[in-house]
Design a protein around this ligand. Sequence first.
Ligand SMILES: *Cc1c(COP(=O)(O)O)cnc(C)c1O
Length: 288
Amino acid sequence: MIKKNYLLAPGPTPVPIDVLLEGAKDTIHHRTPQFKKIFEDAVNGTKEVFRTQNDLFILASSGTGAMEMAVANIVNPGEKLIVCSVGKFGERWVELAKTFGAEIVLVERDYGDFYTPEMVERALDENPDAVAVLTTLSETSTGTVMDIEGISKVVKKAGKLIAVDGISGLVAERLLTDDWGLDIVVSGSQKGFMLPPGLAFISFSKEAIEKSKNVSSTSFYFNLKKYLKDPIPWTPAVNLIYQQSLAVKMLLEEGMENVWARHELMGKATREAIKAMGLELFSKRPGN
Ligand SMILES: *Cc1c(COP(=O)(O)O)cnc(C)c1O
């Protein structure tokens, strides 16, 4: 008997059947012109989903690997990071910043709450020596979405770098990397991208790349200098990249405006249904 399994989590999310089948193709060698073409399609399509012309890299890791690459390449031990946190995944930025020896200025609110551009602006005013601000688009642990556009404005005004964890946020929430001036955006395959787990994506602005040139603390596997020299520095997850290439093509054929509107509608329907059941929403700024 064939049984249909339902995944009702923020991630992994259900993978469309065509995307599943795409992964069943023959594995080809990654140093071939055939693979190069598929890889370029995947990168270019993903850049369009990110709304960016910045450099974007595909990592064979879960989303956390891209978060690690962000921190590892922009901060030297002893340099200051403003880290914003309202839940489990903001706390992950804190742990990563600690791991790489950064001095941490915390912008923190209770679970369910959110941080505002004003709060980040105050932290920037009080810490003119900070090098970057770490934020989260969608704090999955509490279902809270942050005003990244507004926050980025105050960070850019202060002339600092901003990194955004968009692992669950990307695709489900509107995010315009270039228009909003976001220096680093990270995401993962198993949430809005409707892929199986195993890939992470990360984009770097020119300013972020410039900063990375003076960073000594970087890891080996996630060293940005290696990816800039060759975007496939190690064996990539070949079959997952077939799937990625197709999944982003599907998103772009639907059109990102339509994709965002669909998530908005589904999110709203879910929230209204929850309220109709007599339950309360935990988040003060619920996302899709
Ligand atoms: C899922 C998630 C992560 C962790 O991603 P992994 O792929 O499990 O490493 C980090 N941040 C946010 C906001 C998430 O939703």
